[in-house]
Ligand binder design. Structure first.
Ligand code: AMP
Length: 194
């Protein structure tokens, strides 16, 4: 199963991806997590990405496409993967399509989590509070100020992907305002119908 999870920051992509990992025994590929690891390790990619991420902007397509291309070639992706936070631009969508075609593979589905924008900032703030309470590192971009920029980047660059995948016949739309279990059930139903 090769799956893309689409949705604005705070839509619940990471939460749902973690559940799909369990159900389908395939890895979750979060470009955000991979970039944060690169920043923490101070690699060349991390050094380039750090300021862009802290400002809530998008890291360049070239960097992110390379990370994903390398990652999906690893053995644990042989049976599929869940892309969480990628693609985020039309150029990335074309790139992942080309990567899969080259391998003789195709996407199974693109699941869009639709969430009321007004709920998103509250979810991001809660995520930061929960992380702090659990003694985990708090993401520097999980603040209301940076969130505004992340939402702008979403509408400018990522929202067009829903039309792109709808036109390809790959898009499944799920009500992301449902409970976590409810969203999981909707995703499972959409994938079964596929
Ligand atoms: P996320 O964890 O998915 O919210 O991503 C955190 C940040 O990493 C984003 O705000 C971007 O700066 C960067 N990022 C993650 N994935 C991508 C992507 N596919 N394209 C560009 N930038 C990305």
């Amino acid at each position: 199963m090769r799956l893309i999870l689409l949705g604005p920051p705070g839509a619940g992509k990471g939460t749902q991806a973690a559940r799909l990992v369990e159900t389908h025994s395939i890895p979750q590929l979060s470009t955000g997590d991979m970039l944060r690891a690169a920043v923490a390790a101070e690699t060349e990619t991390g050094l380039k990405a750090k300021a862009v991420m802290e400002a809530g902007d998008l890291v360049s397509d070239a960097i992110v496409n390379q990370i994903v291309s390398d990652r999906i070639s690893e053995p644990d992706c042989a049976n599929g993967f869940i892309l969480d936070g990628y693609p985020r631009t039309l150029a990335q969508a074309d790139a992942v399509g080309d990567m899969l075609t080259e391998k003789g593979l195709a996407l199974d589905a693109v699941v869009e989590l639709v969430v009321d924008d007004r709920a998103l900032v509250g979810r991001i703030v809660k995520r930061a509070e929960d992380a702090a309470a659990a003694g985990q590192p708090v993401r520097k971009d999980d603040t209301p100020e940076v969130f505004d920029e992340r939402l702008r980047a979403y509408y400018k660059s990522t929202a067009p992907l829903t039309g792109y995948y709808y036109a390809k016949g790959d898009l499944k739309t799920v009500d992301g305002m449902d409970t976590i279990d409810g969203v999981t059930a909707q995703i499972n139903a959409a994938l079964k119908a596929h």
